[in-house]
Design a protein around this ligand. Sequence first.
Ligand code: KG4
Ligand code: ZN
Length: 344
Amino acid sequence: MAEKDVTILGIETSCDETAASVVTNGRQIRSSVVASQTKLHEKYGGVVPELASRAHVEKILPIVEQAIAQADVTPDEIDAVAIANQPGLTISLMVGVTAAKTLAFAWDKPLIAVNHVHAHLQSALIESESVELPAVALIVSGGHSNLYDAESVLDLRLLGKTIDDAAGEAFDKVATILGLPYPGGPNIEKIAREGNPKAIRFPRSLMDKDSLDFSFSGLKTAVLYHCQGQDMKGENRVASMSHQEIADIAASFQAAVIDVLVKKTHRAAKKIGAKSVLMGGGVACNGALREAMEAMCQKENLAFISAPKSLCTDNAVMVASLAYYKYQAGQFADLTLEPKATSD
Ligand code: KG4
Ligand code: ZN
């Protein structure tokens, strides 16, 4: 007998996107609605938690209603409500957690809590039929740069993480230094296409020989010194730089980040004898990173599976999809669920 379909409503509010999605059996995307707050935070050059939280409050119900309408399902047909309750901005997470608990209670459905960073990894797995194990997973976003030994999406062992800035955070901060609009990542990638990645040799922090941790703050400071002089007393030269000069700095910075991400992923793959490399998170949108990782994997005979660009940045498909595996494993939360700023 065919197994019963499982349809899950996923909700995501961990940072500055309010998102809801309905996914059946972990893979069939019935709807995906994302309300981005980019415009709201643009003039501050970064996410302002109080504004983010207030915008989530305004958007959460319309976005959930839209996701349900687009999926053409009734609450009766939904088997569980899933929420990313960690990590993230507590006052943003709180809005989604409250909405998910309320809906689960009102509809009398089970509640499933997922880890937002693990959900980013699930984005890479939605379209792939099978993964040859062991697998190394690189999750690179605005808040995280994590390497995992991925036994399955419910069984992740952290191998390394950033000791200071996350990769996406470095992109965003360097974009601010270069006077590029928020969010920095896509804008650096765009202008970097016109620049020479070898124009400036920015430092690549690989740390100890065996380290799988990341550090990007030295690179960010190197870009700052390059733009303002070693003593930081000099004029900020960016305003008087040519478009080409800025493009060269962006391309050289991006090349340094990519070099480190690829080298560390390779190091991790060797350490655990990996057969596959998985990649997800907002920075995984970056075309030059995708190409460099793919080239390394081909050379090293590793299968490479990246999240599709459409699912790299924050969305609720990844939440509803990961929740399906928790549903199958009987891993449910209860109405005492709280938001949590850090990962368990
Ligand atoms: O995963 P995500 O949407 O949110 C977090 O969980 O943090 O990632 C957002 C981050 C931002 O720092 C953004 O600048 C970066 O991903 N990003 C990129 C690109 N698109 C988004 N970084 C580099 N290149 C891109 N094309
Ligand atoms: Zn994210």
